[in-house]
Design a protein around this ligand. Structure first.
Ligand SMILES: [Fe+2]
Ligand SMILES: [Fe+2]
Length: 188
């Protein structure tokens, strides 16, 4: 498999999440909100799309293309793709804040969540098309077989480390919360 194979598979999952984002946005615009679905989207964009998928692109794929400018300006296109990742991250931060305020009773924050989900869906739709239709294939053409092999191993390693670290942190956090609550005296 080519190193872009797993990234493209991940794009298909991202596309499914985009449908959910648009659906949730429409629901919110009609005055309804599915809190669990919004929470799941926030978790998905944070962990799967940003930390894991963008993580692999930014730390493995993009750096391997640095300086490989021929008929295609990799330095310029990777810098633009990074800017789009940063923009998605900014919108996500706004959604997280708004969701927190909403959870604390500020119902008007639903408007911000809806608007920002729409922004992310719009940026991401173009971003995925750009990477899938031109960037990934051009990238594979300028890498040697050895570089592609190394990249595949690096991505597998990233995925394994990422999964271990993610779940280890989850268990540690739950354990810490449980240990903390068991130290507190019972209410009279
Ligand atoms: Fe990307
Ligand atoms: Fe991507």
């Amino acid at each position: 498999m080519l190193p872009i194979g797993s990234l493209m598979k991940e794009h298909r999952v991202v596309e499914k999440s985009l449908k959910l984002m648009i659906l949730e946005k429409e629901r919110m615009d009609q005055g309804n909100i599915d809190v669990d679905a919004v929470r799941a989207l926030i978790d998905f964009i944070t962990v799967f799309a940003d930390e894991s998928h963008h993580g692999k692109e930014e730390t493995i794929l993009f750096p391997a293309l640095r300086g490989k400018n021929r008929s295609y300006e990799f330095d310029e296109i990777t810098s633009n793709l990074m800017k789009e990742h940063a923009s998605i991250r900014n919108h996500l931060r706004t959604i997280k804040n708004a969701f927190q305020w909403f959870s604390e009773g500020d119902r008007e924050s639903a408007e911000t969540i809806s608007r920002e989900l729409g922004e992310i869906a719009a940026i991401y739709t173009n971003h995925v098309v750009k990477e899938d239709n031109l960037f990934f294939n051009s990238a594979m053409k300028v890498l040697s077989e050895e570089e592609k092999e190394e990249m595949l191993c690096a991505m597998d390693e990233f995925d394994l480390d990422f999964t271990i670290n993610h779940y280890e942190k989850l268990i540690d956090d739950k354990y810490a919360a449980l240990a903390d609550s068991s130290c507190k005296p019972d209410k009279p």
